[in-house]
Write a protein that binds this ligand. Structure first.
Ligand SMILES: CC(C)(COP(=O)(O)OP(=O)(O)OC[C@H]1O[C@@H](n2cnc3c(N)ncnc32)[C@H](O)[C@@H]1OP(=O)(O)O)[C@@H](O)C(=O)NCCC(=O)NCCS
Length: 435
């Protein structure tokens, strides 16, 4: 990877002549530049060609100009890029700050001329300078970010549940464990949601922090025209002693077919819990609503209790199963020492990083009591790119599979199995949020 991707394409291809680096200037955003920058975001994401006052009003508060870059063709913004501070929940209960990347767009008039490459290589180096050991993002398309050292570190599943088949029908409402499910007004959600989410976050590797703005957007206190919002139904699960252990937000569409059969779909927008009892109770609740025949689960953990909490698990099928959070390690020592390890062992990793940020040879000695990672001259046992290290970081990707695929290389027979025992976790990581 070079910093400048503006080199002309190989002869014979139909690429337009690429502007030289000096034609397109990359510079930090200013307050005055926000409207044009947001216009470029709207163009890049094919949302709208212009920015309304309401859009500007709703979006301005979420942008820190010091963490945003624009690429300018003359005075016109043609590419956008922004980061913000995010906390990432790690295996073993640790937390690490991440430089989260968002609002990445290059206008169609300027695509494939190296603008993203310039923005990203500059920003990843700046993120490391700022002291981040990680960068994170959600990738619109799979092929975009691997070349910059990001690896797909969590997966997410969306289930479709046929409510005529679950076997839940006809039961009296309410959990059978003495707890209760109750509707919660929006104002109350704004108060109790963040605290419950903090407890969920602490126990869910791969989860990312939700700031005040997230809650204001989700509870309608801030509205943004490009982000459709309609008040959802919120319900809570409380234990027999009244402790809040789960929340669900869902929307309904009230459809009936020609023969007056209910055909409505319940779409779950958020469901997060801190106990299996809460997870069971809230799924049983949303899958037992009258007038509905289908539930769309929203983004779920790959090891969610769905569908096995239904008497007939075949009532549910996976509609989408896709990579979700991508992790880019910027500081290998800090990142590997920050997470917990369920297995015990030692491994010499030879990490390549084309951007020169996190590469080197490292001895990792890890176990349930903690981890130590130090640069070493010892012979490498497992060679891998920083992209694969990112994919394995939260415990989801399998080093054994990656070795079989040729994506990591064993320098010592059995090294991939050692990595498997060290890196993988019994529970799978999950990031429920798209940012
Ligand atoms: C995705 C996007 C940001 C790429 O920007 P860009 O300036 O065209 O990217 P670059 O020119 O720096 O591309 C660098 C390399 O990545 C490749 N690449 C970039 N986007 C790609 C994509 N969507 N699919 C496959 N390859 C892609 C390029 O072909 C190029 O490869 P090369 O180095 O072998 O020539 C831009 O196309 C865009 O804004 N798309 C719509 C919005 C979007 O998807 N944003 C990302 C949100 S996560």
């Amino acid at each position: 990877m070079t910093l400048d991707h503006a080199a002309p394409a190989a002869s014979g291809t139909a690429r337009p002549p690429a502007p030289s680096r000096s034609d397109i200037e990359i510079r930090p955003l200013t307050e005055a530049g926000i409207p044009d920058w947001l216009r470029a975001v709207g163009v890049g994401f094919m949302q709208a060609p212009s920015v309304s006052d309401a859009e500007l009003e709703g979006r301005r508060g979420g942008i820190d100009p010091e963490r945003a870059l624009g690429a300018y063709d003359g005075d016109t913004c043609v590419a956008t890029y922004r980061t913000f501070d995010q906390q990432l929940s790690l295996p073993g209960g640790g937390v690490l700050a991440s430089s989260a990347v968002t609002n990445v767009t290059v206008s169609a008039t300027h695509r494939r001329r190296g603008l993203l490459s310039r923005l990203m290589t500059a920003d990843l180096a700046a993120a490391k300078e700022r002291g981040y050991a990680l960068s994170t993002l959600i990738s619109a398309e799979y092929p975009i970010y691997g070349r910059f050292g990001f690896g797909p570190a969590t997966r997410s599943a969306v289930w479709s549940v046929d409510l005529t088949r679950t076997g839940l029908g006809g039961r009296p409402s309410g959990p059978r464990d003495g707890g209760r499910v109750e509707m919660v007004p929006l104002d109350e959600i704004r108060k109790i949601g963040p605290e419950l989410h903090a407890r969920f976050f602490a126990g869910q590797p791969g989860a990312v922090s939700r700031d005040d703005r997230w809650w204001d957007l989700e509870t309608g206190r801030i509205t943004v025209p490009s982000r459709e919002w309609k008040e959802p139904f919120w319900a809570a699960y409380r234990t027999a002693s009244g402790e809040l252990e789960g929340l669900v937000a869902y929307a309904t569409d009230r459809k009936w077919d020609d023969s007056k059969q209910p055909g409505g779909t319940v779409t779950v927008q958020h469901l997060f819990t801190v106990s299996p009892a809460a997870e069971r109770a809230l799924w049983e609740y949303v899958c037992s609503l009258d007038w509905t025949s289908r539930v769309r689960s929203g983004e779920r953990a790959p090891d969610s209790l769905l569908p096995d909490l239904f008497p007939d698990p075949r009532a549910a099928r996976i509609h989408v199963d896709v990579d979700m959070l991508w992790v880019r390690i910027l500081d290998t020592v800090r990142a590997l020492e920050a997470r917990g390890y369920e297995g015990e062992g030692a491994l010499v990793l030879d990490v390549t990083d084309a951007l020169g940020l996190a590469g080197g040879r490292f001895l990792l000695e890890a176990g349930p009591q903690g981890a130590r990672c130090v640069p070493t001259d010892a012979p490498a046992e497992l060679s891998l790119d920083v992209r694969e290290l990112g994919a394995c970081y939260l415990g989801d990707a399998s080093p054994l599979r990656l070795a079989a695929l040729g994506a990591v290389r064993e320098e010592r027979p059995g090294a991939a199995a050692t990595a498997e025992r060290l890196f993988r976790t019994a529970r799978r990581p999950w990031c429920p949020d798209i940012f």
